[in-house]
Design a protein around this ligand. Structure first.
Ligand SMILES: Cc1ncc(COP(=O)(O)O)c(C=O)c1O
Length: 370
């Protein structure tokens, strides 16, 4: 169904006016029920959907009123084709993970799995935790973030500022140690809800029904030829590919993979995967089990990713390192597709402010005192 399209359904004694099934599933809209038959449908007051727990809507809960993030053409060097970049750093907490946090929590709330007494616990290297911290602050529920030691101080501060708790797990155990931490908490306390971003299909579903649809509406000619993303959980790449191909695009999925040389770099969720080659696929159940025919992999040196992120910042895009990675891979994909008119879409996942204490800024020659 198209956005905002209405659908009538008849059931004995009831007429249902449903605005958009995908919007309802994603929590962007509530179905309205008119009861009492043909006549009453014009006069009766709308009632809430009877079979679900209504979404808790504190009056300040603004995340339901947000519009799509912009999709803009970006070109770093003269003569190169533009890459269409989705400015996901403009989401409320500063990253694309706001989409999955809202979608997973709303869905769980409606199904009655999450309520006012719930404690949400999630493992991440930062962005997802910040998004859950914001979403839980809006819903008035507790959130505990499990992250490996060594994540940037900015992230810890943001999560705490939203009133959430932070539990740092041993650095050597990486993200797996954080996941174990959430599992232990869940076994010791029945109030704990685990979103499990690495395996929860609602993760990629959020991108399939929201982000992909926005991109289709915004892309020139309403078509996309290739979609490029780094993979942490795989939710972005898998969801975008599924959403775009379900809408009829012949889209090539492209994996942006950072290649490290010696030192481990802070490339957000891609960092733990590329630190140990091969871990990527086993970490993300979503990515590992997805059907991505014709998947291309673009390997990008971490120095290049950081350099491009700095160039994007100088152009006025306040992005983190993974945007540099995605952009570099998208440029490479444009070359390998070899079609001047190809519409290549990528994502700028998050904002630069959470990287002030990392290499992106600390070793940035442009910031050195003159
Ligand atoms: C900051 C950031 N957020 C999100 C993503 C995408 O992650 P996922 O595969 O978990 O959707 C990436 C990967 O490029 C990233 O670096």
């Amino acid at each position: 169904m198209a956005l905002g399209e209405r659908r009538w359904t008849w059931e004995p004694g009831k007429f249902w006016l449903i605005w958009d099934m995908d919007q309802i599933r994603s929590g962007l809209a509530q179905p309205i029920v008119y009861s009492g038959g043909m006549f009453a449908r014009f006069f009766s007051k709308p009632k809430k959907f009877p079979m679900t727990q209504p979404l808790k809507p504190p009056s300040h809960r603004y995340t339901h009123h947000l519009g799509p993030t912009p999709l803009v053409p970006v070109c770093l060097a003269p003569g190169e084709p533009s890459i269409w970049c989705k400015l996901e750093f403009l989401n409320p907490s500063g990253s694309t993970k706001d989409r999955i946090a809202r979608h997973i929590l709303d869905k769980a709330w409606r199904m009655g799995i999450v309520g006012a007494e719930t404690i949400v616990a999630e493992a991440s290297s930062g962005s997802t935790s910040i998004s859950f911290a914001l979403a839980c602050a809006q819903m008035g529920i507790r959130f505990v973030a499990f992250m490996p030691e060594g994540v940037s101080a900015e992230r810890v501060m943001m999560i705490k500022a939203y009133g959430s708790e932070v539990c740092l797990t041993p650095k050597e155990a990486g993200i797996r140690g954080s996941i174990e931490g959430t599992l232990k908490l869940a076994t010791s306390d029945p109030r704990v809800f685990l979103p499990k971003q690495f395996e929860n299909p609602s993760n990629s579903e959020a991108h399939k029904i929201q982000t992909a649809r926005e991109i289709l509406d915004q892309a020139p000619g309403n078509r996309v030829d290739a979609v490029v993303s780094g993979v942490g959980t795989g939710g972005t790449l898998v969801g975008l590919y599924q959403g775009l191909s379900a809408a009829g695009c012949e889209v090539v999925p492209v994996l942006a993979r950072p290649v490290h040389q010696g030192q481990t770099m802070e490339l957000e969720c891609c960092s733990f995967s590329s630190r140990i080659p091969g871990v990527l696929d086993s970490m993300s159940e979503i990515f590992r089990t997805a059907h991505l025919p014709g998947l291309l992999t673009m390997e990008i040196r971490d120095e290049e990713a950081i350099q491009i992120a700095r160039s994007l910042i100088r152009m006025g895009f306040p992005v983190g390192p993974s945007s540099g990675l995605n952009f570099a891979a998208a440029r490479m994909a444009a070359k390998s597709l070899g079609r001047a008119d190809a519409v290549i879409v990528t994502v700028f996942p998050d904002r630069m402010e959470r990287y002030f204490s990392t290499e992106l800024f600390q070793k940035n020659p442009a910031l050195a005192p003159r």
